[in-house]
Design a protein around this ligand. Structure first.
Ligand code: ADP
Ligand code: MG
Length: 434
């Protein structure tokens, strides 16, 4: 066998397939709508190389057209199952017959390939990466050999040439190996990126746990003290009552710290709803208070009313990350000011710290994943914040002077009239129900 078989036509065919695959991933990754219509997009992206491979084939002999269209058919059917495979089959056969005319062998061969691959697809998608690679290569070899026999059996003039063996039996399994590898690699990368938000949350949760356990220990120590006092025999009823009140108050404090924390640590629900700025930010401030106290940061706030629309969990996480950064920028204490206001149809929130400030590079790279100036930083907090603000159609501006402080300004579109009416209604309902 000769290397003349690898010529620019083969490379062209491979190029169509790779470009279409990359196009699929770029679109799924960047266009929200396509996430729901993955299979439709896969069908569209795989039908392009099918048509291109056929239109610009490797070469045509009297018995068959040599091209690599079977690769996108395999990929589409394996990953998308029979619906994708069926559409691809129809597109492939129609364009094959439109370009080169009707051919019985082609029809039978591709129906065999489609049925076998579609039947295998369910099991294939449950495999791990290694088994996917092995099984797709084996499936391709088996089907290519089997369909060659079918073609030989159907036609007396069909001959298996050296070129046929190379293009239809040797090359496809090798290409399938690389294509499945590329698909798995890109899918993994996308999956991991989608988990980053959760990962960052786990980081924050574990860091908060330390400051919160500290904060819960204080009231418990106080309670222990009063319990000891209660044990003394000659207490007046009045004293007893006062001690018990102290105990109740401290226990209540501890309880509210824990429930705030648990509310935050709960997994996120993907729901978009109107959020009352004042209430949500107050909530975050309460959660962050223990951490602020540990680094002698005093928090002052001036929260105006305003409603925005977004996901409660992401919103909290976003402000938590920003406030946490501000606190971390003041390791030796300082002042943290949080101000929110409603202006026309915009809600602005300002987070002002008197910390170390940010350099030009830090400002430019804010929001970039894994960029951190801290030894124990993740460099993900700002990314999650920026992404959240973006999805809420808002913007985030940074003003910072080194060693003086940083002001982060978040502007979000206000969610006005309709909601207020709904809210009033639901309040009325609540009032009448109870
Ligand atoms: P991390 O906090 O884990 O380092 P982030 O993505 O939250 O990661 O922040 C990225 C970087 O941006 C930080 O390492 C820090 O250098 C800078 N930064 C963010 N907020 C502030 C702030 N308020 N003051 C100073 N630097 C900040
Ligand atoms: Mg951070």
């Amino acid at each position: 066998m000769d290397f003349v078989y690898i010529n620019h036509n083969v490379l062209d065919n491979v190029f169509y397939i790779i470009v279409s695959l990359l196009m699929f991933f770029v679109l799924v990754d960047n266009v929200k709508k396509f996430k729901q219509y993955r299979k439709a997009l896969l069908t569209a992206c795989m039908s392009l190389p099918i048509i291109f491979c056929m239109k610009f084939p490797i070469y045509i002999d009297e018995y068959c057209v040599h091209d690599l269209r079977q690769i996108p058919v395999f990929i589409g059917t394996l990953y998308g199952g029979w619906p994708v495979g069926a559409v691809l089959l129809v597109i492939m056969l129609t364009s094959r017959f439109a370009i080169y005319g009707m051919n019985g062998i082609t029809l039978v061969v591709y129906i065999v390939i489609f049925v076998a691959t579609a039947l295998f697809s369910g099991r294939f998608n449950r495999f791990n990466r290694k088994n996917k690679l092995i099984s797709s290569v084996l499936l391709t070899i088996v089907l290519e050999i089997f369909t060659t026999y079918v073609a030989l059996w159907m036609s007396d003039i069909f001959v298996v040439t050296e070129a046929y063996i190379f293009y239809f039996i040797i090359l496809p399994p090798i290409l399938m190996f690389f294509m499945v590898y590329i698909i798995e690699l890109l899918s993994d990368a996308m999956y991991i990126r989608s988990k980053i938000v959760k990962f960052e949350k786990m980081e924050v949760v574990s860091q908060l746990a330390a400051s919160i356990s500290h904060e819960v220990r204080n009231p418990l120590t106080v309670v222990k003290g009063f319990m000891e006092l209660l044990k003394s025999p000659n207490l007046s009823l009045d004293e007893k009552k006062r001690y018990i009140e102290h105990i109740e108050r401290e226990l209540h404090n501890a309880e509210s710290i824990i429930s705030d924390y648990l509310a935050f640590a709960k997994p996120a629900i993907e729901k978009v709803e109107p959020l009352l700025i004042e209430q949500e930010i107050r909530n975050v401030i309460d959660i962050m208070k223990p951490l602020a106290k540990m680094s002698s940061v005093t928090i002052t706030d001036n929260l105006g009313q305003g409603t925005v629309q977004g996901n409660k969990n992401y919103f909290r996480q976003c402000f938590l990350n920003l406030i946490k950064n501000a606190i971390e920028a003041m390791p030796n204490g300082g002042e943290l000011q949080i101000v929110s206001a409603l202006e026309k149809n915009k809600v602005t929130v300002k987070i002002v710290d008197t910390g170390v400030g940010m350099s030009k590079e830090q400002i430019n790279r804010f929001g970039e994943p894994y960029y951190t100036s801290k030894t124990k930083g993740t460099g993900l907090g700002s990314m999650v914040a920026v992404k959240t603000i973006q999805t809420m159609n808002g913007k985030l501006d940074i003003d910072s002077i080194l060693n003086v402080g940083t002001t982060i300004t978040i502007t979000l579109p206000a969610f006005i009239t309709e909601y207020k009416m709904v809210q009033k209604d639901s309040q009325l309902k609540l009032e009448t129900e109870f």
